[in-house]
Design a binder for this molecule. Sequence first.
Ligand code: APR
Length: 310
Amino acid sequence: MRSKVTIVGAGNVGATAAQRIFDRGYADVVLVDIVDGLPQGKALDMLESGPILGSDAQILGTNTYEETADSDVVVVTSGIARKPGMSRDDLLLTNQKIVSSVVSETSKYSPDSVHVIVTNPLDAMAQQALKVSGFPSERVVGMAGILDTARYRSFLAQELNVSVDSVSAYVLGGHGDTMVPVVESTNVAGTPVSQLIEPERLEEIVQRARDGGAEIVNLLKTGSAYYAPSASIVQMVEAILFDKKEILPCTAYLQGHYGINNLYVGVPVKLGSGGAEEIVELKLNEEEHSELKRSAEAVQELIDVMAQAE
Ligand code: APR
């Protein structure tokens, strides 16, 4: 039997993720949105591409949650996206309500699923989803680090004129503005990046990766990034469905790891069928450690604002 993946939000990120998963044919997909006809139309269009692409997966669009029952993975992308001049944090209270109402349904219909939260501001929305679902924390995980790392790796590969496959890197911390690249673990075929790029230029590249989402928002003007975000979602979904136990940078609930307690922050995670099965603690230098702490404080501030709004 094929696995089942529910994607809530049939907008740019959700529909593109659904397409990528359907095209690969390894899971049936249920696409949910609040807008009548939108998920149904997109899902039918994708289904009709099956004979051309050779995908026998089923894909269904709906405005209700019954059809999502017993999903293995639920991806939450529903919410409002950024417009130019907005930060991810500007989305906080609107998306808090949306994520709460969605997760109360998805967690009821798929009580054994792993939830992958994508809606921004990501770290705070993952925390909200954990609270609403009542799931064990390893089964609620956020997508951000893979995307931030992919942006960073793309720019490094361009700078050095090497394949993206030859650049390995980890970024920690909150999504975007407070992301912390671990310079020690950034290397090109084993050579530390600090030996290949001057510190000032490296800092420029890091900053471009941090601002990667805003750069795209400013170009698009009417929405935010979705090709790289949806590819990042699929990497997480694959790791979970196929129990790959792949170590990927994800947003996970820390309970004492890196000296941070009861908070979602981006860290390397062993991702398998149980979700975030293990949190990997990298050796950080003092600066990285304090940047990670600062990043955690920024997440905590958002959690406090959400608590006041409830
Ligand atoms: N239930 C279901 N779907 C909803 C709900 C809800 N309560 N509220 C909004 N939606 C749907 C919208 O109808 C829309 O189709 O969520 C979808 C969001 O799609 P887009 O506006 O295209 O936004 P997108 O670019 O996909 O980004 C979604 O992911 O990366 C993050 O910051 C981004 O928070 C944003 C989210």
